[in-house]
Design a protein around this ligand. Structure first.
Ligand code: SAM
Length: 292
């Protein structure tokens, strides 16, 4: 086996060799602890038959662990300066493809079709750039890619919101959006000291396992998410006030909105944070009949 890229000594050597300087604007905090990388990879449960998609390989620290544990890795990297470095550091691994692209602009469906023909198990595994964690996760899920799950490092505060339960202050439209698609678990809390440079916030690794079948029946996904976002627009307001002020023509449609709440058995004076995903699904289906 080759010497790990992620040891502090080797990372420094690589950065020096290429005169690489970190770009804060691209969320570049590289991992310098091979044990953490091994643990992240283990949480993904990869096998020789698995494919892995990585977002932001950096200098390849996590990529090489994924390459060792899976059949094939495709990694999206936005920073052109990292491409020659990755070509060098990942040269021992023939099963890695690096794509120079912003993952938010990539046609991931097409890439999955082209690159993962021979795998029947696909995971996203990454140490995400923190400035775009939620757009990346939401895009991966809303595109209905053929994934088993997602294992990613992110800000602990975001991990707490993603896995939050109703009635807590962390529970919001993000918790609902992610839990609608997946079972969400925080599997590791990670200290700042394992990054170079160290981020300003605490980090965690979450594992999102896609539901085999939807946990709730939703007539229109986009509208369901619109209703949940509206319900949390002002956390201290009642669900009725948020819906009438946020939904299109909400004020004019107040009587119909009240009726939908009544049919859904939801007291209009409750706050959004007390509603379960099941209640939001039922309510949004009622409201959708007004708006469709
Ligand atoms: N995987 C490496 C590690 O763990 O050491 C680097 C992780 S670093 C937190 C995030 C990486 O994502 C950086 O390499 C950065 O250049 C890249 N990146 C930032 N925005 C991106 C985007 N929109 N699409 C693809 N890669 C991105």
């Amino acid at each position: 086996m080759h010497k790990d890229i992620a040891t502090p000594v080797r990372t420094k050597e690589i950065l020096q060799k290429y005169g690489f300087s970190f770009k804060k604007s691209l969320g570049q905090n590289f991992l310098i602890d091979p044990n953490i990388l091994k643990n992240i990879t283990e949480h993904a449960g990869l096998s020789e038959d698995s494919g892995a998609i990585e977002i932001g390989p950096g200098i390849g620290a996590l990529t090489e662990h994924l390459a060792r544990a899976s059949k094939k890795v495709v990694a999206f990297e936005i920073d052109q300066r990292l491409l020659p470095i990755l070509e060098d550091t990942l040269s021992p691994y023939s099963n890695v493809k690096v794509i120079h692209q912003d993952v938010l602009k990539a046609n991931i469906h097409q890439i999955v079709e082209e690159e993962f023909k021979e795998v029947n198990d696909l995971m996203v595994v990454a140490n995400l750039p923190y400035y775009v964690t939620t757009p990346i996760i939401l895009r991966l899920l809303s595109e209905h890619l053929p994934l088993r799950g997602i294992v990613v490092m992110l800000q602990k505060e975001v991990a707490d919101r993603i896995s939050a339960k109703p009635g807590t202050k962390e529970y919001g439209s993000l918790s609902i959006a992610i839990q609608y698609y997946t079972k969400a678990e925080t599997v590791m809390i990670v200290p700042k000291t394992v990054f170079m440079p160290q981020p300003n916030v605490d980090s965690a690794v979450i594992r999102l396992t896609l539901h085999d079948k939807p946990i709730v029946e939703v007539d229109n996904e986009e509208f369901f998410f619109q209703v949940t976002r509206a319900s949390f627009a002002q956390r201290r307001k009642t669900i009725l006030n948020n819906l009438t002020s946020q939904l299109p023509n909400g004020k004019e449609l107040k009587t119909e909105i009240l009726k939908s709440l009544e049919i859904s058995n939801i007291d209009p004076t409750r706050r959004g944070e007390t509603l379960s995903i099941e209640e939001f699904a039922f309510l949004s289906n009622q409201l959708f009949s007004i708006y469709k």
